[in-house]
Design a protein around this ligand. Structure first.
Ligand code: PLP
Length: 389
């Protein structure tokens, strides 16, 4: 059987068109974009065309787009950069309990230095309540950071509403859009966004390039100091081929966004319904409708996610677990515990994320294969005796 890749939230394959757009910038147009000679200017033109494409896709201005090295870097820049730039105004940031580690870890780092952070709870579907944001704002709040959609359970947050509340209270609003940019529409003005993070490798672009949208006038201390690149908001020579590839990836994504989201939603729902019907004691995690078109996250009681993952891998199916971290710690995912899953269910979770190459036949293969794996593992599991009770 040909391998089936259902881990597009982790990363996507590079599109051929993206590779083609990038190649000349390695060998032919290799100038430093800050150089004034022709070699430099060709490289600079490549960057500026990508900036224009990306600004258009976000309904932003070109000078509001800063290229970074990753989604993680963009998130770190916003958290550390606003905490520093706005220290005289306040020392309080509001976020949710289900953000990516790229948000939580810089916050934990700053908490050790005195920053105060409110981690808002989410409901059983993973939604942040905008009223809770309102209640948490104090006169010391400098930033609200709530992700556009969650990377594990796929829930799409009401960010336009949250941004509106932040603005009504004179507070800046950041959203981590790493899982949504290129997949569902974003309008930084209509959605009241001041800062936005995204990453090329989640939309068929190269790894190691991200972007930070910074609304004109919004204050932010850079993470990297050095040269004048990116209007002094991110020093270091730009990764020209990667930025050109990012631009091309956004062009392709914009052209097919609507049709691909509709296609994937049908396959997503087929997979959800097929698995829940075939596997007793299973449940869907995340919001049933306010959900990324490509995300399926299910919990299967009485067995470990890792065991299912390895068995699927042996069948040529690549998924991911929402349960254990990559670290040696066996703590279950903070997102799954935040939506109220008991530890044993959180440990038995699987995430399938669909992509451009996903077909109905592939989805049907998973529906055919996984129930058998579950049955086999449950037969070996002491926990499964509970099923009979
Ligand atoms: N934020 C979210 C929601 C993500 O899903 C990821 C990656 O999985 C990141 C941030 C980090 O992005 P990058 O891999 O570009 O550092």
């Amino acid at each position: 059987m040909n391998p089936i890749y259902l881990d597009h939230a982790a990363t996507t394959p590079l599109a051929t068109e993206v590779l083609e757009a990038m190649l000349p910038y390695f060998t032919e147009f290799y100038g430093n974009p800050s150089s004034l000679h022709g070699f430099g200017q060709v490289a600079k033109d490549g960057i500026e065309r990508a900036r224009q494409t990306i600004a258009n896709a976000l309904h932003a201005r070109e000078d509001e787009i800063v290229f970074t090295g990753s989604g993680t870097e963009s998130d770190n820049t916003v958290i550390k950069g606003t905490a520093h730039a706005l220290a005289a105004k306040g020392d309080h940031i509001i976020t949710s309990g289900i953000e990516h580690h790229a948000i939580h870890e810089p916050l934990h780092f700053l908490e050790k230095q005195g920053l105060k952070v409110t981690y808002l709870p989410v409901d059983a579907n993973g939604l942040v309540d905008p009223d809770e944001v309102k209640k948490a704002i104090t006169d010391k709040t400098i930033l609200v950071s709530i992700m556009h959609a969650n990377n594990e359970i796929g829930t799409i947050e009401p960010i336009a509403e949250i941004g509106r509340i932040a603005h009504e209270n004179g507070v800046l609003f950041h959203t981590d859009a790493v899982q949504t940019f290129g997949h569902i529409p974003i309008d930084v003005n209509a959605m009241n966004i001041d800062f936005l993070s995204a990453s090329a490798h989640k939309l068929y672009g190269p790894k190691g390039v991200g972007l930070l949208y910074v609304r004109k006038g919004a204050r932010l201390t850079p993470l990297l100091h050095g040269g004048d690149q990116e209007k002094r908001r991110r020093a270091s020579t730009q990764n020209v081929p990667a930025i050109v590839g990012f631009g091309r990836a956004v062009e392709l994504a914009a052209a097919e966004m609507e049709s691909e989201a509709a296609r994937q939603t049908v396959l997503r729902d087929r997979l959800i319904q097929g698995l829940l019907a075939a596997i007793p004691h299973s449940r869907l995690n995340g919001h049933p409708s306010s959900r990324l078109p490509n995300n399926v996250n299910i919990s299967i009681a009485y067995i470990e996610g890792e065991a299912m993952l390895l068995n699927l891998d042996m069948e040529g199916i690549a998924a991911s677990t929402g349960s254990a971290c990559t670290s040696s710690s066996l703590e279950p995912s903070h997102c799954l515990t935040a939506i109220g899953l008991p530890h044993e269910l959180a440990h038995g979770s699987l995430r399938f994320t669909l992509g451009r190459g996903t077909t109905r036949e592939q989805i049907d293969s998973v529906i055919a294969v996984l129930p058998g794996i579950v049955k086999k593992l449950r037969a070996m599991s002491p926990l499964s005796r509970k099923i009979a009770q």
